[in-house]
Design a protein around this ligand. Sequence first.
Ligand code: CA
Length: 233
Amino acid sequence: MNILLVEDDAPLARGLQRALRHEGFSVNHVDCGREAINSVASTLPDMVILDLGLPDMDGMAVLKQLRNNGHKLPVLILTAREGLNDTVTALDGGADDYLSKPFEMDELLARLRVLTRRLGTSQSSRIAQGAVTLDTASHAVCVGDSDVSCSRREYMLLKALMENTGRIQTREALESKLYGWGEEVASNTIEVHISHLRKKLPAGFIQTVRGVGYTINSDASNNSKTTKQKSPH
Ligand code: CA
């Protein structure tokens, strides 16, 4: 799940990025409205967190521009402004939700989970495929009745694959879901995570599509032969 964070308050933006990444989101951050519009046009995120008070333009104008450009992605507004009028204006302007500053991180994460569920890819917080179940609220991964311990990146990778069961995910697409801009990604990073995940999942669950990427094999998932191995994380 890729979030574009539009926030000009540098310390707040850093804190948000850290918390969101810890929750398993990949985050790209920009600090002005013009960059936000360009960024959505070049790399469509799954969601936008949009501050209203930006240095170059009003957040509401950014939202209007995004909607005018035909982008229907969920937008959560952050506002320092008090009062019902601004809230109504934001929601009428196409925002999906809003939070008034200051807010608790837990509250933001709860709102994002609601928006995530609204995104057709995951109608509930549980994604099940054969013996494998992934809970996007608790970040738990189970094979049958057993909990499987996954690192944060392994979890994000498995989620990206399971949200697209039956569709091939290219290595580039997976990298962009796991890492934000400017993060160093070694050329074999995805392969390494996949190899770790395979040791924890039913044999044949993740299939390699040679030269292209990976996909979940929905037929192999009832195979209960798993290698029990604790993650070092
Ligand atoms: Ca601001």
